[in-house]
Design a protein. Structure first.
Length: 300
């Protein structure tokens, strides 16, 4: 009797857990659609900035802008921005990002670079505190709907320090949103700004002027002033895209994790019910046997 009561309690407990995970799966699915829309909406602006910089880039212009300055040799000091989420229950999403950030720190320090750590997200902050890393700045107020203003707050100071020569590079570790099932950690070099690749690989490889397409711009006031105005926008937009892609990846990872948890809870309930039915059947059989035995004893 005690065993059947315990099985009933376990079945109710797992049913309650499945209800919670199913609800979280539905909420993550709803948030994922909106997060995907933000990722898609950010792409045209980023592509337009990249195309203009690629078309106007020349070695002469690159020497005039601090944001295009490349360090000679090994970077002395690199700022690393690691973006994670504030909440868990999304599988290995945050641990993968944190481990990727730690791996990059070890690689940079092995090459002789000093690493300055900047963190976004409560989970990453907790991880690096646990492993004993010094944290330069941390932000926990950026939720699942990051804004361009928040991206600017993260990178504006780093841009100024890079331009002043205090930093030799700015790297960002974020989750690249490929699909709801694929959100791998990704590394993005924000500074120095590299010339964006041409869109057409065949045109980039070709040496025939008739094949390579060149943009026909009328530049006002000048290419130098245009590039100078666009470079900060390009850097801020790169960080913004990293934020929105990580937010979308978080919802995708949470939906997958909660779906797996819901399915596992359903399988566990089926197993517990079968065990309960067998135990109940054995109990009824034993009770019947006791009744029959008692009746036979009375007859005798």
């Amino acid at each position: 009797m005690a065993r059947t009561r315990e099985l009933r309690r376990r079945i109710r407990s797992v049913q309650s857990t499945r209800q919670i995970t199913k609800t979280m799966e539905m909420v993550a699915t709803s948030k994922l659609k909106r997060a995907q829309d933000r990722v898609v909406a950010a792409r045209p602006y980023a592509e337009a900035l990249a195309k203009v910089i690629s078309d106007l880039y020349t070695p002469d212009l690159a020497e005039r802008f601090p944001l295009l300055r490349r360090p000679a040799g090994v970077p002395r000091k690199v700022a690393l921005l690691v973006i994670t989420s504030n909440r868990g229950l999304c599988g290995a999403f945050n641990s993968n990002l944190s481990r990727e950030g730690r791996r990059l720190i070890q690689d940079l320090e092995a090459r002789g670079s000093e690493v300055e750590l900047h963190l976004v997200g409560r989970k990453g902050i907790g991880y690096f505190r646990y492993v004993g890393r010094a944290i330069a700045t941390q932000r926990q107020d950026i939720g699942d709907r990051p804004s361009a203003a928040q991206a600017a707050e993260l990178v504006t100071t780093l841009m100024a320090r890079f331009a002043a020569g205090e930093l030799d590079g700015v790297e960002v570790v974020f989750a690249k949103f490929v699909s709801a099932l694929s959100t791998p950690p990704n590394l993005l070099t924000v500074l120095p700004v590299e010339r964006p690749a041409d869109r057409d690989p065949a045109a980039r490889r070709s040496t025939d002027p008739s094949i390579r397409t060149a943009a026909n711009y009328i530049l006002r006031p000048s290419a130098e002033e245009i590039v100078g105005a666009i470079l900060p926008l390009y850097v801020r937009n790169a960080v913004y895209r990293a934020l929105v892609e990580t937010a979308a990846s978080e919802q995708g990872a949470r939906r997958t994790a909660m779906k797996n948890a819901t399915d596992s809870a359903g399988d566990m309930i089926d197993t517990l019910r079968r065990t309960y039915n067998r135990a109940r059947q054995a109990q009824i059989t034993q009770e019947l046997a006791e009744i029959v035995g008692g009746a036979e004893a009375l007859k005798g």
